[in-house]
Design a protein around this ligand. Structure first.
Ligand SMILES: Cc1ncc(COP(=O)(O)O)c(C=O)c1O
Length: 380
């Protein structure tokens, strides 16, 4: 007999009246990790000097646990505050000669695109955006990217799981392609930890991913994995006392006076996932959101986006809108959903299509999607 794992909202502290269907943006931290974090902060304030003397050792222990969760070599795994910092540090490392091109896709996260634009501007280089259709399968993603790479390409920046389209990219094949062409690959794996089993092991030159999304770690906890050949050259964005440390992870451990408690508390969330039987739960959540997204799509008279490889726990439901007139209009709609429906979703736009991006985590149940299906049509 197949047993189904029961939803565990009791492990979180989300408002019971809230329909939280957007774990993908900022995550949500389980109660146990919140309590540990609060205890660490209380310890800091009891004796800041003693706390900061203890940080290095505790942070090393936490970092090693996070590396092991990703199944990656700890010697190439550093902590950063977020995926934005990881991508920025990678772009600051790769040579970007004048006249060269940084290649991104039209699925790239907006702030990552801004980072590429900043480095392109600073180096008299340019950003090239490659269009990858929403329905593209792995072969056509590869063919499209291959056609966009040339002798002038300084780096390819590519999502592992895109934000706007919740699509899984074939990173191993993309990294192989880049390596065969001598082009550094920078993988934005912001959504990958806990959604993919060994997301940093596909052979990219640089990979970054957030623990504060799907692993439900405290915010400002992200990983940055650097291939061996780049480890000496890769520097943290903030110059601090570890500047001359030859070891990559340790060089990133000190970022001036900062709140290191989230990095130290983060492994507690990994233990929560383990207790939730995460890999099995994740496949159950996939089945649940497949069905839930269909229910919502039916209610609004549209369909679920056909993505070749959707992210395990996110789905896009098309809205019957003709584009979003402005970013402000998009924000206003989300605020209305939040205020009037007491539901949190995010809107994404791709080409001219507008979608609600829904998520599923261990605190959600099938009833959540049925409730959204009842409520959402009232705002359309
Ligand atoms: C694909 C992708 N890249 C980068 C980021 C940026 O993550 P952070 O805000 O943690 O830097 C996000 C955040 O949602 C994302 O979805």
């Amino acid at each position: 007999m197949v047993t189904v794992l029961s939803p565990r909202p009791d492990l979180w502290t989300l408002d019971p009246d809230l329909l939280h269907l957007n774990h993908g943006s900022y995550g949500a931290v389980p109660r146990r990790t919140q309590e540990l974090l609060a205890a660490l902060r209380a310890e800091t304030e009891a004796n800041p000097m003693r706390w900061f003397r203890s940080v290095a050792e505790r942070l090393t222990a936490g970092r090693l646990e996070l590396a092991s969760f990703l199944r990656t070599d700890p010697a190439g795994f550093a902590l950063v505050s977020n995926a934005s910092a990881g991508v920025t540090a990678a772009l600051a490392t790769v040579p970007i000669p004048p006249g060269s091109r940084i290649v991104l896709t039209n699925h790239a996260y907006g702030a990552v695109r801004y980072a590429a634009e900043r480095f392109a501007r600073a180096n008299q280089a340019e950003v090239v955006m490659v269009d990858v259709p929403l329905e593209a399968d792995d072969d056509s993603v590869l063919a499209t990217l291959e056609a966009a790479l040339d002798d002038r390409t300084a780096a390819l920046v590519v999502d592992q799981i895109s934000s706007a389209t919740a699509m899984v990219f074939p990173i191993r094949r993309i990294a192989d392609l880049c390596r065969s062409r001598g082009i550094p690959s920078i993988v934005d794996g912001a959504h990958a930890p806990a959604l993919l089993d060994a997301p940093a092991e596909d052979g990219a030159d640089f990979w970054t991913g957030n623990f504060h999304k799907w692993p439900a770690a405290p915010r400002a906890t992200a990983g940055f994995v650097v291939a061996e050949k780049w480890r000496t050259a890769t520097l943290p964005l903030i110059v601090s006392w570890s500047e001359h440390d030859e070891r990559l992870p340790e060089r990133f451990d000190q970022q001036g006076t900062a709140d290191y408690a989230p990095w130290i508390a983060a492994p507690e969330s990994l233990r929560v996932l383990a207790e939730l039987e995460w890999p099995r739960r994740r496949s159950e959540l996939s089945a649940m959101i497949d069905e839930g997204a269909r229910v919502v799509a039916k209610a609004v008279g549209t369909s679920v986006a056909e993505v070749a490889h959707p992210a395990a726990t996110m789905r896009l439901v098309e809205l019957p809108f003709d584009g979003i007139p402005s970013p402000e209009a998009g924000e206003a709609f989300k605020t209305k959903v939040s205020r009037d429906l007491k539901a949190e979703i995010t809107l994404t736009a791709f080409d001219t299509r507008v979608f609600v991006r829904l998520s599923a985590h261990a605190y959600n149940s099938p009833q959540d999607y049925r409730r959204l299906a009842e409520l959402l049509p009232t705002l359309l």
